[in-house]
Design a protein around this ligand. Structure first.
Ligand code: BES
Ligand code: ZN
Length: 484
């Protein structure tokens, strides 16, 4: 059962005091050493004089840098001029633009290719006793799915392992999907020497996509339930010769992750890393102004703001490809992180859909909320909430959701949160997700919140944060179960 509203407890004064106190003489616990917060807070409470000694709190929570809303808006405008589906020219145009922007800010960049494979049906033909079956038919897809066979047809029902024998050798099989996954049914008939397959389903009346597995090489088609039942009935009245002729083109493309890294000052390096991400790909038919050119614009703006700052923590600015087809870019990125990098990564801030004028309903802060995978607060939400008080008059809430690139980070136990406005706008994944729906004010507010939160971690004035734990929230903020 989901929690309704729970209050995440705070140690506001302690946190601010802790930061302030540590600002004078920087006290860095080693990674193995866990920061005992209450103890630290108590210790630092006795050293509050250092607060007055310098402006650390102001420089940490407030960001003296002006966020450039016009620049962000221009980024969204350029990116949303055309769809950016993963692996297409549209995506590459966006990737080149993002990389050049990072480079013009003085960053070294890395383009990480994400290999994608797609299949295109070039030819399909099915004949039953020389009669062409027209209409709703699809060829099996896969790199070895092409082939031309004419053979006797055998009804193997649901093709359960152990129930299919040598009688299918050299034959085309008629299979009803169900009981076990279709690739197992296909494997069963391949093992028995079948040369082709015709699949139909009792779950859907239509034909459907079948993807052969890597080593499977069986030409086949899927047909409607009605056609399947008709052929099965016809087989009872006498033998059938079937012909399958299919040609499948394998299309290999690349999507990309774009990564720009800001290295910390050598003498102040905490050894820790934070990442700030958005996805630059869009759905096929949508210009994706809000989803997620808006997030990319914030990432680039933060890259600009931090480019010349003295930091004690490495910052990785990144835009992911292939998010819309299953978080493929961010999963690849996470997969390639070393154990050490995963250990040192202390926060991931994900920005997805952060500029729509009409999103957020009547919720405060334009509907800005932070989602974590487990619905629990973490250092990212703590810092986001604290920073948001500065920008809005209240702290933004947190909630529970995946559905974006913070997911792989969470799975690697890196504290991560998605910043997004909910409820979503009606243009979500629509061709109407265009630049005219974007609010400069919203982009600016989100950039200010995340910049301040990030600054709290990377500023040499703040202590090294204890590994993923024990970071007290600076403000009270609430769990909220909100309509998406
Ligand atoms: N921008 C959305 C993510 C999103 C939407 C997060 C609503 C939270 C609430 C993202 O680009 C998207 O559409 N994600 C897919 C899932 C993904 C795994 C393909 C989705 O939510 O359908
Ligand atoms: Zn998105």
């Amino acid at each position: 059962m989901k929690r309704s509203i729970s209050l995440h407890k705070i140690l506001l004064i302690g946190f601010v005091v802790l930061i302030a106190a540590c600002s004078h003489t920087k006290d860095q616990p080693s990674t193995s050493e866990k920061l005992n917060v209450s103890q630290k807070v108590e210790e630092s409470a006795q050293k509050t004089t250092s607060v007055a000694d310098n402006n650390s709190i102001t420089s940490i929570i407030h960001l003296d840098e002006e966020v450039n809303a016009d620049a962000m808006f221009e980024t969204v405008r350029f990116l949303a001029e055309q769809p950016r589906e993963a692996g297409t020219e549209g995506e590459k145009r966006a990737v080149d633009y993002i990389e050049k922007q990072f480079q013009s800010l003085g960053y070294e960049t890395e383009l990480e290719p994400i290999p994608l494979v797609d299949f295109k049906e070039k030819k399909r033909e099915l004949k039953i006793n020389d009669k062409t079956i027209d209409g709703d038919i699809r060829a099996f897809l896969g790199s070895q799915a092409s082939g031309k066979v004419t053979a006797e047809l055998v009804d193997v029902g649901k093709a359960q392992f152990g129930e299919v024998g040598d009688e299918v050798e050299g034959k085309i099989t008629l299979i009803e999907i169900g009981s076990s996954p279709y690739y197992e049914q296909i494997e069963t008939v391949i093992k028995r020497g079948a040369v082709g397959a015709i699949l139909y389903s009792n779950m859907t009346s239509e034909s459907f996509d079948v993807y052969l597995q890597d080593k499977q090489n069986l030409p086949g088609v899927t047909i409607t339930q009605h056609q399947g039942q008709k052929i099965a009935k016809q087989l009872k009245d006498g033998p059938i010769t079937a012909k399958i002729d299919v040609e499948i083109e394998t299309i290999q493309t690349n999507s990309y992750n774009v990564i720009a890294t800001l290295k910390p000052n050598a003498t102040e390096d905490t050894g820790q890393i934070i990442s700030i991400g958005a996805h630059h790909d869009s759905v096929p038919d949508g210009p994706g102004a809000n989803d997620d050119a808006s997030g990319v614009s914030v990432v680039l703006e933060l890259a600009r703001i931090f480019a010349k700052k003295r930091v004690d923590t490495e910052i990785r600015f990144m835009t992911f490809g292939a998010e819309e087809i299953g978080l493929v870019g961010s999963y690849q990125y996470e997969y390639n992180l070393s154990v050490e990098e995963k250990f040192n990564m202390v926060s991931h801030f994900q920005l997805d859909m952060v500029g729509a004028e009409s999103a957020g309903g009547k919720h405060p802060a334009g509907g800005l909320i932070m989602y974590t995978l487990d619905g629990k607060p973490n250092i990212v939400t703590d810092l986001g909430a604290a920073a948001s008080v500065d920008v809005f008059s209240n702290a933004i809430p947190y909630g529970e959701s995946g559905r974006s690139d913070h997911q792989p980070f969470h799975e690697s136990e890196i504290p991560a949160a998605l910043f997004i406005h909910t409820p979503l706008e009606p243009d979500y994944h629509q061709p109407s997700d265009t630049i005219d729906k974007i609010s400069k004010e919203k982009l600016k507010q989100v950039a200010e919140v995340v910049a301040a939160a990030v600054n709290t971690i990377v500023s040499p004035e703040t202590p090294k944060i204890a590994r993923k734990k024990d970071i007290p929230a600076a403000v009270e903020y609430e769990y909220e179960e909100r309509e998406l």
